[in-house]
Design a protein around this ligand. Structure first.
Ligand code: HEM
Length: 407
């Protein structure tokens, strides 16, 4: 185990009490200090769970990179998150891209990625702008609104659009997927029912696209094959779910955290408004600063080491993106939001073979949202304390009450 500074018994006691997998970890208000403590004192830490099981928690940037890049050792097929359902993961392994390993992973990924053409991105961007304008128009000047609601519409609309769900069905998909995949606490039975409705919906859409393909992701998957064998309906459904759960809450919470950061730093709000051509860099700083994908998990298939710490085959390893993205060894003054930060090699989208497939799209979403938001509103202020989301997977907000003042 990496050495602790013997002079700091308080740190030793604090580390012994840490459980990053505790559902209340994110809402207690000290997560950033805990990650900073681990980075400093125990960068590769064995986190014991109350039931006696445990996992490695990796909190430094370069160690995180090592784990994510070395997919030969650190595998995804036994689950890529804490508290996953092992039976569901086993059923999805090698079918759902995010829990597939080489060589099949790259082959599935190639099929899905082939749908992400520049033409599709241009079409999606046009529709995004329309959606954002509608959402922002509904915000009253200087009236309190919860930005987590405002920010929930765009990401799902984009995914529906990309999958090829007709616009008339977006409200149904927005409703059902919010219940089925939302990170907030909701009734498990309700979640199952909502998911069943979504699956039924995919079934009809896939059958329709097999008959009459269009320029969308479902048609691409329906026409795609791996090693000459067409993707099955099950593989298509699983990867549709993967796109929805991968691209929804993440983008939403980046938007919310981005707005809160700009409200907190009016100089940054003014700078970003004055130079919209710099919004790509602002979007990346929002991604670094908010890091909504909180951790990912890997399982080493052989004995290995990380940062000098021996790790045995089969021991779960988690990497924590909000921590890696505030590693003071890589980012100057990491707790400061700086829309002009350069370079900004953040790991919000992961790295290596599973690097986020929707990264380009998410960046466009953030740019379009903040372009329109800063064009419409001159300033903002909190309308109450923002509440963190109770989750170990998504580092985001349950609610973010704000007032926005129109230009
Ligand atoms: C993978 C984060 C938006 C689809 C990932 C991974 C991260 C991530 C960290 C790597 C997972 C791993 O290594 O196991 C984010 C963040 C987003 C975002 C922070 C927004 C701010 C999106 C969007 C989509 C999407 C908009 C879909 C349109 C995917 C898919 C994968 C993935 C399909 C799996 C890729 C693979 O396994 O090869 N994302 N994501 N993500 N993301 Fe995203």
């Amino acid at each position: 185990m990496t050495a602790l500074s013997p002079a700091d018994p308080a740190a030793i006691a604090a580390i012994a009490a840490i459980d990053l997998a505790d559902q209340d970890f994110a809402t207690r208000g000290d997560a950033e200090q805990v990650w900073a403590l681990l980075r400093r004192e125990r960068p590769v830490h064995w986190n014991t769970r109350p039931d006696g099981t445990g996992f490695w928690a990796v909190t430094r940037y370069h160690d995180t990179l090592r784990v994510l890049r070395d997919s030969t050792t650190f595998r995804s097929g036994q689950g890529m998150r804490l508290d996953h359902n092992p039976a569901a993961t086993a059923a999805a392994a090698d079918k759902l891209m995010i829990v597939a390993d080489a060589p099949r992973h790259a082959k599935i990924r190639r099929v899905v990625a082939s749908a992400f053409t520049p033409r599709m991105a241009a079409r999606l961007e046009e529709n995004m702008r329309e959606t954002v304008r509608q959402e922002l128009a509904a915000i009253g000047d200087g009236e309190p609104c919860d930005f987590t609601d405002v920010a929930s519409v765009l990401p799902l609309s984009v995914i529906c659009d990309m999958l090829g769900v007709p616009r008339a069905d977006w409200p149904f998909m927005l409703r059902s997927t919010r219940v089925a995949f939302g990170e907030s606490d909701s009734d498990p039975l309700e979640r199952l029912e909502a998911h069943a409705q979504v699956l039924e919906y995919y079934q009809d859409l896939v059958a329709e696209r097999r008959r009459r393909p269009r320029e969308d992701v479902i048609s691409t998957m329906a026409g795609g094959s791996v090693d000459g064998v067409p993707l099955t309906d099950e593989e298509i459904f699983l990867n549709c779910d993967g796109l929805i759960s991968g691209g929804n809450e993440t983008t939403r919470h980046a938007s919310v955290g981005g707005l809160l950061a700009l409200i907190d730093r009016p100089d940054q709000w003014r700078a970003a408004s004055a130079a919209p051509e710099g919004l790509d860099a602002v979007a990346d700083e929002i991604l670094r600063f908010t890091s909504p994908a909180m951790h990912v998990l890997r399982t080493p298939c052989q004995d290995t080491e990380i940062g000098g710490q021996a790790i045995r085959a089969g021991e779960p390893v988690t990497v924590w993106m909000p921590s890696a993205n505030r590693d003071e060894a890589v980012f100057d003054d990491p707790d400061r939001f700086d829309g002009a930060r350069h370079p900004n090699p953040h790991l919000a989208f992961g790295m290596g073979p599973h690097h986020c497939l929707g990264a380009t799209l998410a960046r466009i979403e953030l740019r379009v949202l903040f372009e329109e938001l800063l064009r419409t509103f001159a300033s903002g202020e909190p309308a109450g304390p923002a509440r963190r989301l109770r989750s170990t997977l998504i580092w985001g907000y349950e609610s973010a009450p704000v007032l926005l003042h129109r230009r």
